[in-house]
Design a protein around this ligand. Structure first.
Ligand code: NDP
Length: 302
């Protein structure tokens, strides 16, 4: 039986570790670490993500603010908001919720965030620090994956790790973090030849693709550890039949849609030695790591 790598358990551990750090920061500085979230427009998924982030910040006793602006906001107006947050001494972390409306220059706005307050870890300064192995703020989702592996005592050093996906947010930083842990890393993408064969070489396989249950048994080396970062919604019965076992299919029929990762859930459970389920695997870690980054940013600044 494969071990289920429970992201909720790891999230709770990380949150519990954050609490005393917040308390001692407040005792030392007479203020709580501060997180500002900038939300532009009325994307309902973004609004939910922001609510979840601020709810967790609240639980941990962080100071938090949501700066919500209409979709008509211009790039210059957003740059002015960022400049103001950069200058504020009570704000340690700035997060611009993506995606931004298409008329806003996202790259320019992300670049404007002071690197020491870039709690998403997306600024090129922090990317550079990561790629040269120096301390800095790390992207939340991939550093959450490393936490899961370490806390389940899964050896990384010397192992063949394959990362499918090369985005700036997940795939590339994931590969760099695994390399930093001394894995032998291969990064795959949409132009990789014979992807199943490359994936079968993985002792640790990370899927960050954004394609519903694309990774099936023929991609997984028996006994591999599989980390499924993907978050996709199954909406049609035909797709649900391909992806789910009868119990979850019944659940699908009740709800009309269900979340699934990039890895086929049944194949992953059958062939791997350990895996992160979707939901309840990598997902819960992202917000916990954001909180930890905010506390770290505050501790470094004060
Ligand atoms: P992107 O769309 O930015 O990147 C997807 C990557 O997958 C690209 O590098 C792309 O290759 C590669 N890819 C796409 N199709 C194929 C294919 N058929 N074969 C091989 N490679 C392929 O996605 P993200 O990195 O932002 O996110 C990936 C997944 O992770 C999504 O499902 C997203 O929802 C989820 N996610 C989950 C989070 C969490 O908290 N759990 C947080 C962030 C993301 P190429 O570069 O060649 O186009």
């Amino acid at each position: 039986m494969a071990t289920i790598l429970n992201g909720n358990t790891v999230r709770d551990q990380i949150k519990a570790e954050c609490l005393p750090r917040v308390t001692s920061f407040i005792a030392r500085t007479e203020r709580a670490p501060g997180l500002a979230v900038v939300l532009v427009g009325d994307n309902s998924a973004s609004a939910v993500y922001v609510r979840n982030k601020t709810k967790t910040a609240e639980e941990l006793g962080l100071h938090h603010e949501t700066i919500a602006r209409p979709a008509s906001l211009t790039t210059d107006e957003l740059l002015a908001i960022v400049a103001h947050l950069n200058a504020r001494t009570d704000i340690d972390g700035i997060l611009i919720q993506l995606p931004l409306p298409s008329h806003i220059d996202s790259q320019m706005c992300l670049l404007a965030v002071a690197p020491e307050k870039d709690v998403d870890g997306f600024h090129p300064c922090n990317v550079g620090l990561l790629s040269t192995g120096r301390p800095g703020l790390r992207p939340c989702t991939p550093s959450g994956v490393i936490e899961i592996l370490k806390r389940y005592q899964i050896p990384i050093a010397g192992r063949n790790a394959v990362v499918v996906g090369r985005s700036d947010i997940v795939g590339k930083p994931m590969a760099l973090l695994l390399l930093q842990e001394n894995a032998t890393v291969t990064v795959c993408h949409s132009r990789t030849r014979d992807l199943p064969a490359v994936c079968r070489n993985a002792e640790i396989l990370v899927a960050a693709i954004g394609r519903t249950a694309m990774i099936t048994a023929d991609y997984i080396q028996p006994g591999a550890v599989v980390i499924d970062v993907g978050m996709n919604t199954v909406r049609t019965r035909e797709e649900a039949e391909r992806v789910f076992d009868p119990a979850r299919l019944a659940d699908f029929d009740k709800r009309g849609s269900l979340l699934v990762g990039d890895v086929h859930p049944g194949d992953m459970a059958r062939v791997s030695s350990a895996y992160t389920p979707v939901p309840g695997g990598v997902g819960p870690l992202t917000i916990a790591m954001l909180m930890r980054n905010t506390i770290e940013a505050a501790e470094r600044r004060c």
